[in-house]
Write a protein that binds this ligand. Structure first.
Ligand code: ZN
Length: 86
């Protein structure tokens, strides 16, 4: 459908509806503005400084790409490697 981000294979069709998924992304709201949601390995470790997630964990997070089915509205996310994360 639309362009696929680098390092990400073409999106599969919705496994239920068999129609093409729509490219998109999820956002996280922070004090400083808006961010693309990241995928982090493991479980979140809270910190009195940063809140629900330790800064060290967040720094290792990989930006996610999320597809949406236009028929059943199911979301499917991917965390392709970026130049920052091999
Ligand atoms: Zn669907």
């Amino acid at each position: 459908m639309s362009d696929t981000p680098p390092n990400l294979p073409s999106p599969p069709p919705c496994r239920d509806c068999k129609v093409g998924l729509e490219l998109g992304f999820l956002i996280d709201r922070t004090h400083g503005g808006l961010l693309v949601a990241r995928w982090c390995s493991g479980v979140p470790q809270s910190s009195w400084m940063s809140g629900e997630v330790k800064l060290g964990q967040a720094k290792l997070g990989i930006k996610t790409v999320t597809y949406r089915c236009p028929k059943c509205f199911r979301l499917e996310s991917f965390a392709p490697p970026s130049p920052d994360h091999e």
